[in-house]
Design a protein around this ligand. Structure first.
Ligand code: MSP
Length: 619
């Protein structure tokens, strides 16, 4: 498919009777990232998501609320569509298994399998979990025949059922896995599947039910409805049977969670082999998000729904966090604190500040075209491989390494002193590359940056020199966020590692911190260059503190303890990377270290015991 320049990516189709949460969002966002990345690279992209609407559980839930199943599911779909819209997910098609066109394709496929002898009538007796829509073997259940996922008793069901001859495909599948080592991704997951197929062997699969009606009738026996997985899996194919999507089959990748890998890498290819349809190129199974190290589950109240996820630090920060924090494929534990820390330290401090400084200086001094030598330090080839290999965390790491290089370049060349238009051009041109590469992950932010520096978001633009245009200082991209009141997401969350709130504004009081917290703290020697009163504040001074590479405004509550003359030119220790706070309308960036007597009557600023240059680091 790649040769044709098309890219087809799918998400699982979700059961609509759940509120869209971080687990659903994760797969759908990953598909959005891949879709945007491939579009950026000029591919014709088809991105499919949707809902899995048939089955006993849906029928029963609808009945409980006094609705017809179709009426019931119709009402649930908008919450999925709106969740994807809120997350800035741009899918091309939203398929529903109740779409007539899908139902027709499923019936056609059932008939094909029946005609070629792969479907036969038998009797099924088994332990069925309504929640999972699946039969279990005893060994997979908890003691007392309890479903390990829903923690409820499974039901003993015996019924006439049509079977699909899965056993017939065991050797064919093993051969296929061998010949297509990229079919099951990440590759570590392949061995598990291959061994299970070899060791357990494949039994024929029951694919129809007579115990409920809410499903697609089998074309050759209308008393039976199709078992949900045959129906559900074919959505990927049926979505491409419309004229406009014909080119896209086979899919490049089905993105799924690791819990449904068996269905996608054993049943699905076997169904396709039986119908003679080409197999998808790959199935990528990502890890699971936990919350408090426990499975996310509605029944135990451990859920982060899409609205909560967005409310913490905005859409782009949520998207960034999910792909930066955990390698795609691995399990991750969700923490609101880490999300905010990444928002503050990486998006606001590193990216936001770079955009703000460069755009402000470009507005003031303008740009002059020059060769961008800085751009050579960007690992473009690696980033490309990272995206193509689903290593989104590594791609972001590489992009942020380059952002660090750009920030260091600003510090070392001091364009605010020199007004060097060529240096500013290199920086603006580098920001173009950064924004383009970040656009699959944080599209809204990239769009804002592109408007400031006037370029188009396409991959080819990375190599084209930025056109000179009138630049106006960028709006603030990421406002810093105070570490949260952790009750917001769930009352059961572990407390944040908060830095103690100072009792005297602008002065840090010492308290015990984790070693990992301590490592994050940057303390530097500064020199007070200016001391001013702060209107409306009788305890605060507004100080200008030179810390070598910049002069910081710091509001400190030391007026009662020091006169202005006492402070002028005094060397102090500044806690540099503290989230800025507004005090009496002035943004205070950092805190001075001081010793405070127990009754707080005495406050003594800490200074280096011998003279040392400003900007020196405290370790
Ligand atoms: N309807 C089936 C899929 C059929 S696809 C042909 C289904 N639906 S689901 O709504 O239960 O789950 C859909 C996806 O959400 C699965 O890929 C599952 O892995 C994912 N997640 C649900 N909770 C999750 C986490 N806590 N973390 C990551 N993904 C998780 O299964």
């Amino acid at each position: 498919m790649k040769e044709k320049g098309t890219f087809y990516v799918t998400t699982p189709i979700y059961y609509p009777n759940d509120i869209p949460h971080i687990g659903h969002a994760y797969t759908t966002l990953a598909a959005d990232v891949l879709a945007r990345w491939n579009k950026l690279n000029g591919k014709q992209v088809f991105f499919l998501t949707g809902t899995d609407e048939h089955g006993k559980k849906m029928e029963e839930t609808a009945k409980k609320v006094g609705k017809k199943p179709k009426e019931f599911v119709d009402e649930l779909i908008p919450q999925f569509k709106s969740a994807w819209e809120k997350l800035n997910i741009k899918y091309d098609k939203f398929i529903r298994t109740t779409d007539k066109s899908h139902e027709n394709v499923v019936q056609e496929m059932l008939q094909k399998c029946f005609d070629n002898g792969d479907i036969y009538l038998g009797e099924y007796a088994g332990l069925y979990c309504v929640g999972c829509e699946a039969y279990y073997t005893e060994k997979d259940l908890l003691e007392g025949n309890i479903c390990p996922i829903h923690k409820k008793s499974v039901e003993k069901i015996k019924e006439a059922s049509y079977f699909f001859k899965l056993s017939k495909y065991q050797d064919k599948l093993l051969k296929f896995y061998k010949e297509n080592p990229n079919f099951i991704l990440p590759k570590e997951r392949a061995n598990f599947i291959i061994n299970r197929v070899k060791e357990e062997g494949l039994k024929d699969l029951s694919i129809s039910r007579t115990t409920f009606n809410w499903g697609i009738p089998l074309p050759f026996d209308k008393k039976h409805v199709c078992y949900v997985w045959f129906d559900a899996l074919f959505n990927y194919y049926s979505a491409t049977t419309e004229k406009s999507q014909e080119n896209f089959w086979p899919a490049n990748v089905h993105l799924i969670g690791k819990d449904i890998i068996w269905f996608h890498t054993v049943y699905w290819p076997a169904f396709l082999m039986s119908t003679g349809i080409e197999l998808p190129k790959s199935v990528f199974a990502h890890g699971w998000w936990t919350f408090d190290k426990e499975k996310i589950s509605k029944s135990v109240g451990k859920v982060i729904n899409v609205d909560q996820l967005i409310s913490i630090a905005g859409v782009d920060s949520a998207r960034y966090f999910l792909f930066r924090n955990t390698a795609f494929g691995q399990d991750g534990d969700f923490s609101e604190t880490s999300l905010i820390e990444r928002h503050n330290n990486e998006l606001a401090n590193k990216l936001g500040n770079l955009v703000s400084r460069v755009s402000a200086l470009a507005e003031k001094y303008e740009l002059t075209k020059t060769e961008n030598k800085l751009l050579k330090k960007l690992s473009l080839g690696e980033i490309q491989d990272n995206f193509n290999n689903y290593e989104f965390d590594k791609a972001l790491n590489n992009i942020f390494t380059f952002i660090d290089i750009c920030n260091e370049y600003v510090q070392s060349t001091k364009p605010w002193e020199t007004g060097d238009k060529k240096i500013l051009y290199e920086l603006a041109d580098s920001l173009k590359a950064i924004a383009i590469l970040l656009s699959p992950i944080i599209p809204e932010t990239s769009e804002k940056i592109s408007k400031v520096f006037n370029f188009e978001i396409t991959y080819d633009e990375i190599d084209k020199p930025l056109k000179i245009s009138k630049i106006v200082k960028a709006p603030i991209l990421f406002n810093k966020i105070e570490l949260p009141d952790l009750e917001k997401v769930s009352p059961q969350k572990e407390p944040a590692q908060k830095i103690n709130k100072p009792s005297i504004p602008g002065i840090m009081t010492m308290s015990e911190v984790q070693y990992s917290d301590w490592e994050k703290i940057q303390l530097v020697v500064g020199q007070i260059e200016k001391v001013e009163d702060l209107e409306g504040a009788d305890k605060l001074y507004k100080l200008q503190v030179n810390i070598g590479d910049e002069v910081r405004t710091v509001c400190a509550g030391i007026k009662k303890h020091y006169s202005k003359e006492d402070l002028q030119w005094r060397k102090v220790i500044l806690f540099k990377n503290l989230t800025p706070r507004k005090l009496k309308g002035v943004e205070s960036k950092g805190m001075l270290l001081a010793a405070i007597s127990k009754d707080e009557s005495k406050v003594v600023l800490i200074s280096p015991s011998a003279d040392i240059e400003v900007g020196s680091i405290i370790r």
